[in-house]
Design a protein around this ligand. Structure first.
Ligand SMILES: NC(=O)c1ccc[n+]([C@@H]2O[C@H](COP(=O)([O-])OP(=O)(O)OC[C@H]3O[C@@H](n4cnc5c(N)ncnc54)[C@H](OP(=O)(O)O)[C@@H]3O)[C@@H](O)[C@H]2O)c1
Length: 294
């Protein structure tokens, strides 16, 4: 099986490269090799490499900055999956498009099901939602274009909330962290495993066209910040946790609005992939064990 991976330098991309199954031919591309804002380059990459799968882990992920760069966010998050889907539709091959809980508005207060209607709050979510819609429009529900939504991605490398909190626990005595946004962290280690399992199983049987994958449980950012301090101290990554104070979204205004409750129901995906979810605190521990001291 030949896989064209995008976003090779990102958090998920690096976890995918590190855990790629043996025998798989992986063409890993980062921005230098393939600019996702250039649809022709995306088409050309498919033509050149003739992959069985494009695993599109690359994305414009700067949620706040997207507000001031909407065209670029849209080009990368919607234009690239559309270009991949069109090229694969013509020449054969399949697409695994990684997407986000931010396609939902976060107001319903119960976990989101994969088939629920998208209603993003901001530019980033809208661009990812447009990418999903393009893939579905081109492939329909036939299984050649799969969408895997995830949430609050954290890995041992790259830019993420857990590593930022670890650094703040080290550098400060007190932190204020938002406690009224609820979702679930997702370890890149577990997410990468779910991606590879998806490609493996999709060769044998049909999978749902839209799937949800997060670690198990639920948390607020405050909960995650507290856990990072405790685990970081247990692992000897920091001397002692900072005191974490629960604050509200209103206390910490950001340019982009975030969903207040964006838990993804992963039940169907776990059954389809035959993978158990790991509780987010265990997963966080595994991530921090591999993290370089900030
Ligand atoms: N991070 C999260 O909390 C989160 C939550 C839900 C869903 N997701 C989704 O999960 C997937 C993986 O996210 P991640 O956390 O691994 O993100 P990440 O660490 O920000 O990695 C994204 C990668 O995409 C690359 N990229 C951005 N613009 C590009 C362009 N024009 N051409 C080529 N490459 C480009 C980046 O390259 P540079 O390093 O050169 O910028 C980076 O390597 C994405 O689809 C994202 O939308 C993420």
């Amino acid at each position: 099986m030949k896989v064209l991976l995008t976003g090779a330098g990102g958090q998920l991309g690096q976890a995918l490269i590190a855990s790629a199954p043996e025998g798989l031919e992986l063409v890993a591309t980062s921005r230098q090799e393939l600019d996702l804002a250039d649809p022709e380059a995306c088409r050309d990459a498919v033509e050149q490499h003739q992959p069985n799968w494009v695993l599109n882990a690359g994305a414009y992920t700067a949620v706040d900055k997207a507000k001031s760069e909407p065209e670029l966010a849209h080009a990368v998050n919607a234009g690239a999956p559309e270009a991949f889907a069109r090229a694969l539709e013509q020449q054969g091959g399949r697409l695994l498009q990684i997407s986000t809980d931010f396609v939902f508005n976060g107001t319903q207060g119960t976990p989101y099901q994969p088939d629920q209607t998208r209603d993003p709050l901001g530019v980033y979510g809208a661009s990812k939602a447009a990418g999903e819609a393009a893939v579905q429009a081109i492939f329909g529900t036939g299984g050649r274009g799969l969408i895997l939504r995830t949430s609050w991605v954290i890995g041992p490398v790259g830019k993420n909330f857990a590593l930022t909190m670890l650094r703040l626990h080290r550098d400060r005595d007190q932190l204020g962290v938002v406690a009224d946004q609820v979702g679930c962290p997702t370890s890149t280690l577990n997410l990468a495993q779910a991606c590879w399992k998806t490609l493996q199983i999709a060769g044998d049987r049909d999978l749902p066209a839209v799937m949800h994958w997060s670690d198990a449980g639920a948390a607020s950012w405050y909960d995650v910040a507290v856990a990072v301090g405790q685990i970081g101290a247990d692992l000897g990554l920091i001397n002692k946790p900072a005191a974490v104070q629960a604050i509200t979204t209103a206390d910490y205004p950001t340019p982009a609005k975030r969903p207040a409750y964006s838990l993804l129901d992963c039940t169907a995906t776990r059954a389809a992939l035959d993978l158990n979810g790991e509780h987010w605190q265990q997963a966080l521990k595994a991530v921090l064990k591999q993290a370089k001291t900030p």
